[in-house]
Design a protein around this ligand. Structure first.
Ligand code: DGL
Length: 284
């Protein structure tokens, strides 16, 4: 609602199983700097990617209720696994608008593919849910899905430019782009952690393949939802540049495991200092 001091800043809740969703938060603050962000990382209970749908839904619903109690007016489910397995349950439990990462990623992939055939990579749980397949087939795009469970621990180890990660990527992608994936011309990064190895994946993926990052497309969707004009200039760490743009994001973080650990690892994923972190103990 506009008021005498300009438009009211939206309070956006961002949920992920851990620090990976900070790649989505990064894309959000680049697009929508003039907002307050509440980020919840369920670090004590990750990884979600190897868990059942019932468990992921139970954890995710608890976390988004917490974000709403903190005042979130719009919820972004940054975690691909939670979106793929539990978006309906989260929406049913939330009293506010909920945006997941699968639909925006699928739409961006459908817009990018000329051959109407894409490869989606993600965690074991995301891939076996076939959420991306359903979203893409509804857009008349054929899909080859490939679980890449080793990428999350490799990225968390900081091995984003490492020969082992490169070797693993070669094995996963050569499998993904064989057989019915042979003609695919788009690779969808269906996991929060994968944007960190995008340069490596770019080198390893077949040259003609375009890479679609669901973090980017989700941020665009949220911006559209808020009626913002897209701001394509990336957020710099200079306060002057930010104030020239008229918006400085306010970031507050909640983590279910150690706040200190979140601060350290989070800075790498966000590309900005992670400062205001509160440890949260969610009752089972
Ligand atoms: N955030 C998860 C995802 O995007 C990856 C990490 C996990 O398995 O919890 O699928």
């Amino acid at each position: 609602m506009p008021n005498s001091r300009g438009p009211r800043r939206p309070k956006i809740g961002v949920f992920d199983s851990g620090v990976g969703g900070l790649t989505v938060l990064r894309a959000l603050v680049e697009r929508i700097p003039d907002a307050d962000y509440l980020y919840f990382g369920d670090t004590a209970r990750l990884p979600y990617g190897s868990k059942s749908a019932a468990t992921v839904a139970h954890y995710a619903v608890g976390a988004v209720r917490y974000l709403q109690d903190q005042g979130a007016e719009l919820l972004v489910i940054a975690c691909n696994t939670a979106t793929a397995l539990a978006l309906d349950e989260i929406k049913a439990a939330a009293g506010v608008e909920v945006i997941g990462v699968v639909e925006p990623g699928a739409h961006a992939a459908a817009a990018a593919t000329r051959k109407r055939k894409v490869v989606v990579i993600g965690t074991e749980a995301t891939i076996s849910s076939h959420a991306y397949r359903r979203a893409l087939e509804a857009l008349e795009v054929a899909v080859r899905e490939k679980a890449c469970p080793l990428f999350v621990p490799l990225v968390e180890e900081g091995w984003v430019e490492h020969p082992v990660t490169e070797q693993v990527a070669k094995i996963y992608l050569s499998e993904a782009f064989s057989e019915e994936g042979r003609d695919a011309d788009v690779l969808v990064l269906g996991c929060t952690h994968y944007p960190l190895i995008k340069p490596l994946l770019r080198r390893v993926a077949p040259e003609h393949v375009a890479i679609v990052d669901s973090a980017e497309s989700t941020a665009q969707d949220v911006a559209r939802h808020l009626g913002h004009q897209l701001k394509i200039e990336p957020l710099s760490s200079s306060a002057e540049t930010k104030s020239e743009r008229g918006g400085v994001p306010k970031l507050k973080f909640f983590a279910t495991d150690s706040a200190e650990k979140f601060r350290k690892m989070g800075t790498r994923f966000l590309g900005l200092p992670v400062e205001d972190v509160l440890h949260v103990d969610l009752k089972e």
